[in-house]
Design a binder for this molecule. Structure first.
Ligand SMILES: Cc1cc2nc3c(=O)[nH]c(=O)nc-3n(C[C@H](O)[C@H](O)[C@H](O)COP(=O)(O)O)c2cc1C
Length: 219
């Protein structure tokens, strides 16, 4: 089982969000079959999406040659993803948003279907619900279920560390049991229905994405 932690604080291992996220990872890694990997977004280069639509025409490719293909590939290869971001003005960091924007093909083709995502936030003020909800929304539009989220204002207390550890256990258990959260699946299907119409309307522009939907028997 592969778990990928994507950590977006520029403070890398000094980051308090990473401290919390690492506890989620510790909860995951208590299971012997877990192979964990961390990507620090501060170590990689992700330019802003240019909306060229190349990834919709020729899937798994991008006109910008930076680190995005490597990261998207690792996301596709993982069973579970931990998204960890500090709260920056009631949002994820710009680096994480840039990653989300560059994964637009995942959204069109629900490429994270069958995977599980956990969200982690830290902040100065502790008003993080909206940011965690956004991470859940991102999970669903990509087809993934959301195992849950944890957030803490700083400094991070013992109970929050315990909550993070348990979230890691939950993530692994969801993957193992292939857990179905009925309300989440309903939402994922609803979003998929919306995208079905768009894929049909744009079939002549987005050849490979249309083909992907056809191959899946979704049209
Ligand atoms: C650009 C910027 C914007 C921030 N915006 C908020 C905010 O809107 N609300 C809040 O509670 N904290 C905010 N903070 C504080 C950080 O979320 C907080 O210090 C966080 O724990 C940093 O995480 P890190 O140690 O992982 O980098 C902001 C910090 C920065 C640098």
């Amino acid at each position: 089982m592969k778990i990928l932690l994507i950590s977006s604080s520029p403070r890398r291992e000094g980051s308090l969000t990473f401290l919390l996220a690492n506890e989620v990872l510790r909860g995951c890694a208590d299971n012997e079959s877990v192979e964990a990997e961390t990507i620090y977004l501060s170590d990689v280069k992700i330019e802003f999406c240019r909306s060229c639509e190349v990834c919709h025409k020729d899937i798994d490719s991008c006109s910008i040659k930076d680190d995005i293909s490597m990261i998207l590939k690792k996301m596709l290869e993982s069973d579970g993803i931990i998204l960890a971001s500090p709260n920056y003005i009631n949002q994820v960091t710009a680096s994480m948003k840039a990653l989300f924007d560059r994964s637009s093909h995942f959204i069109h083709c629900k490429r994270l279907l069958g995977k599980y995502i956990a969200g982690v936030i830290s902040s100065g003020g502790g008003q993080d619900k909206g940011v965690l909800d956004y991470m859940m929304q991102y999970s669903h539009i990509c087809g993934a279920q959301y195992s849950g989220g944890t957030s803490s204002r700083v400094p991070i207390g013992k109970e929050k560390m315990e909550e993070a550890y348990l979230l890691g256990k939950q993530l692994v258990s969801d993957i193992k049991e292939k857990r179905i959260y009925p309300e989440q699946i309903e939402n994922i299907e609803k979003i998929k229905g919306y995208f079905k119409k768009i894929i049909q309307i744009r079939s002549s522009d987005w050849g490979e994405e249309y083909q992907y939907w056809q191959d899946k028997g979704w049209l």
